[in-house]
Design a protein around this ligand. Structure first.
Ligand code: NAD
Length: 432
């Protein structure tokens, strides 16, 4: 099949490489000339394990090319997949500018009977907006489909090659059949439904995962008041098959490019339709309050940030990606700098600098360098190299706090080495 993917970001590039690996002829299209230049050279402009190898292989096989030209990319495409960004507006509602613009720009070059599938996360009902945008600029027959994406950054290639499920939303039987055939070889359950249900599946999945993270944080907070241990609580509840032992992350709340914006959009929609008390709005509020609340607690524990050297470990929003969108570090560092701390950071892949070049901020290339002279060590992200590091070896002969926001370390060993250890949702006897 001739496929064009519009938007070669995390989702678009991974999908392009994987679909090409299935033998399709794929064109990746982006308006960012730097991205296209880099992809043409076989260089992925962000970090995603296994992607560059797969991309180069498909390019060499002649199945995958990249361009900035809509004319070149669209005119022979049977399937056009829109994977542009859908960020949040200040109000929390979704910003559909990129989706609308790409539909406007693809329309004049459409081949007859092409399928335009929207992979970007978009709210149910959006097709009534998109359809006329395309129709105004073409006489050709075209079909719309919803193709929500569920990949996870860090394991995106594997997730796309072996998805848990494929969701296809379309009002047209032939489109459902064509896309069903397209995804048959993935050996995953296929949910064929209406566009609205497909889009609601995506929002519900993210809202549920965000709720799970918020829920366990709430339980962790309570554990700190009744001497229970959140790690044991998780183990204990996990054996209940209705609950399960996976995806429990007590910590700083959820971040990343999807959960915050998708929960906000669902909340904005709930308010618009008179469901202001919908749970998702509370989840969003609790998540937004999470980091400021913990920072206040830590500030009291360390007796103020002023003049302290703080080592931050982990800048990305989770391990195995260099994506820093809505990452905890980006909320924490500006507060610490404002309060007079000296901040050093380490991340194996992500890079970040404050907008105003600040003398008090420095990113260093090794863990040894980041913890040197630190009064406070703050673990934000559980990169393997961070959680494997032996912090006992680098303990200094001075008072040092170890703030383990991911509950990844053996508290007893760290306390024995002399650190003042603080985890999340742990009993007092562990933190003393
Ligand atoms: P991204 O920001 O990494 O990439 C978007 C790309 O679209 C950029 O390269 C940008 O230059 C390009 N673009 C913008 N306007 C364009 C236009 N008019 N024509 C051509 N290209 C254009 O975004 P992403 O993380 O890949 O996410 C894309 C969509 O997929 C979003 O709706 C997101 O919510 C959804 N999604 C993302 C993930 C994820 O983990 N990143 C997972 C599931 C779903």
């Amino acid at each position: 099949m001739n496929i064009t993917i519009i938007g070669t970001g995390f989702v678009g590039t991974v999908s392009a490489a994987v679909y090409a690996s299935k033998g399709h002829s794929v064109i990746g299209l982006d308006i960012d000339p730097k991205k296209i230049k880099s992809l043409k050279k076989g260089q992925v402009p962000f970090y995603e394990p296994k992607l560059e190898q797969l991309l180069i292989k498909q390019q060499k096989a002649g199945r995958l090319t990249f361009t900035s030209s809509y004319k070149k990319a669209i005119s022979s495409a049977e399937l056009i997949i829109v994977a542009v960004g859908t960020p949040s507006k200040k109000s929390g509602a979704i910003d559909l500018t990129y989706v609308k613009k790409s539909c406007q720009d693809l329309a004049p070059y459409l081949k007859d009977k092409a399928i335009v599938a929207i992979k970007s996360t978009v709210p149910p009902g959006i097709f009534s907006t998109i359809k006329p945008i395309i129709k105004n600029k073409t006489d050709k027959t075209f079909y719309l489909a919803a193709l929500p994406e569920f990949l996870k950054e860090g394991t995106a290639v594997n997730d796309t090659l072996h998805p848990d499920r494929i969701v296809i939303g379309a009002d047209n039987k032939i489109v459902l059949e064509t896309l069903g055939k397209f995804f048959k070889s993935y050996e995953a359950p296929i949910v064929k439904t209406t566009p609205e249900s497909a889009q609601m599946i995506k929002y519900s999945a993210n809202a549920y995962l965000a709720t799970r993270i918020t829920f366990i944080n709430q339980i962790a907070d309570l554990c700190e008041h009744n001497n229970a241990n959140i790690n044991d609580v998780i183990r204990g509840i996990g054996y209940d098959q209705r609950i399960g032992d996976h995806y429990w992350y007590p910590g700083l709340g959820y971040g990343g490019s999807c959960f915050p914006k998708d929960v906000k959009e669902l909340g904005a929609f709930a308010k618009k339709v008179g469901e202001a008390k919908n749970l998702v709005r509370l989840i969003n509020q609790l998540n937004e309050e999470r980091i400021p609340r913990l920072l206040k607690k830590y500030e009291t524990l360390v007796n103020g940030w002023e003049g302290k050297t703080v080592a931050i470990l982990g800048l990305s929003f989770k391990p195995h990606t260099n994506d820093t969108r809505e990452a905890p570090a980006l909320k924490i560092i500006p507060t610490l700098l404002k309060k007079g701390a000296k901040v050093k950071t380490y991340d194996p892949k992500a890079r970040w600098q404050p907008e105003n070049k600040n003398q008090q901020y420095r990113q260093v290339p090794t863990i040894k360098q980041v913890v040197k002279n630190a009064d406070i060590i703050m673990i934000l992200i559980e990169w393997p190299e961070i959680i494997k590091f032996n912090f006992n070896q680098t303990k200094l002969n001075k008072k040092q706090y170890f703030l383990d926001t991911r509950n990844q370390f053996n508290s007893k060993k760290l306390i024995k080495a002399g650190y003042i250890y603080q985890g999340i949702g742990l009993p007092e006897k562990i933190t003393n």
